[in-house]
Design a protein around this ligand. Structure first.
Ligand code: OXD
Length: 310
């Protein structure tokens, strides 16, 4: 019985240590030192070499190192009968909420403008509004969206979520759902936050027409996946001053290509997909518990749902 770790571009030593602490009986292998492929029963993956999963005839579960699983399910040779398990770790949920909160406060208080003013040696307090007059729209009300909504609502912001399906939200938080409510949701959003998973239903969801629905001077924060907000349309809306600024942590292509105009736009803040940090000491606990569930004959959770696309 072995667990294979295939974690693209990461130091796997802390992960091996964390999994050993959680699963002392498990033989842990790190790709490409797979050993006998027939012994691999579990695979923990982030951007594995496509087609590789075909080599393990006794796989019982595939565990993602992230909440998103498109890096796994896009593999055309994915073994269809093996469950794919998303990673929902409270520590990452909290980090993602804090990442978005950072940018909300940054834009809400105009710190991006003060940074510019400092470079020009300009002492000029700017007009400000209270949180109670700032409308935050969160696309995607999964665990991250819900945690963020509660945090922002608690700070006095006006918060509305949007999602594809109906869902329950905490008291005081608004919710709109479905494509027929997207326009209205965007029209009443001063700071738009993208916390949606990338699925066939969300790919390219926010293009030129949708960005045009946002009020003049709106802000965009994207932290779940690129490919949902059209980057060219976003740049155009910023250049035309319809939008004020954007903070992007995720991109259609990662790493963000050197030639991308997003790097040099004065209105765009680029971070390299660091919104949620994956800590081995918390994530391995969640992933190991899922492995134990499979060993006990129970379903791991949350499972990738091919119909929903995440
Ligand atoms: C994730 C990520 O999917 O880190 O969790 O992007």
């Amino acid at each position: 019985m072995a667990l294979l770790i295939s974690y693209h571009d990461r130091d796997t030593a802390p992960w091996v240590e964390a999994f050993r602490a959680e699963l002392p009986q498990m033989d842990i292998r790190v790709y490409p030192d797979v050993g006998n492929p027939a012994e691999i029963e579990y695979a923990a993956l982030w951007q594995h070499p496509q087609g590789d999963l075909q080599n393990y005839p006794n796989l019982k579960a595939i565990l993602s190192f992230g909440a998103g699983v498109e890096h796994i399910v896009s593999d055309p040779l994915l073994p269809k009968a093996v469950p794919v398990v998303r990673l929902v770790d409270g520590a990452v949920v909290q980090d993602m909420a804090l990442h978005a909160l950072h940018w909300v406060l940054h834009f809400h208080r105009g710190y991006h403008q003060y940074a510019r003013q400092q470079r020009q040696g300009q002492w000029q307090p700017r007009p400000a509004i209270s949180p109670a007059r700032r409308r935050i729209g969160i696309m995607g009300m999964g665990q991250i969206g819900q945690a963020l909504a509660k945090l922002l609502h608690g700070l006095g912001f006006v918060v509305t979520g949007w999602g594809i399906d109906p869902t329950d939200v905490a008291q005081g938080i608004g919710y709109r759902c479905g494509s027929h409510e997207l326009e209205a949701f965007l029209a009443e959003t001063d700071i738009l936050i993208n916390a949606l998973p990338l699925t066939p239903a969300t790919a390219g969801l926010i293009g030129e027409a949708e960005l045009a629905r946002l009020p003049n001077g709106a802000f965009v924060i994207s932290e779940s996946r690129g490919g949902i907000i059209d980057e060219t349309a976003l740049l155009t809306a910023l250049q035309r001053d319809h939008l004020d600024a954007a903070a992007l942590d995720v991109f259609a292509v990662e790493p963000l290509p050197q030639h991308s105009a997003l790097w040099t736009s004065p209105d765009v803040f680029v971070t390299p997909h660091i919104g949620g940090i994956n800590y081995p000491e918390t994530a391995a606990v969640v992933m190991a518990e899922n492995i134990r569930r499979v060993q006990r004959g129970e379903a791991p959770t949350p499972l990738y749902d091919a119909l929903k696309g995440y």
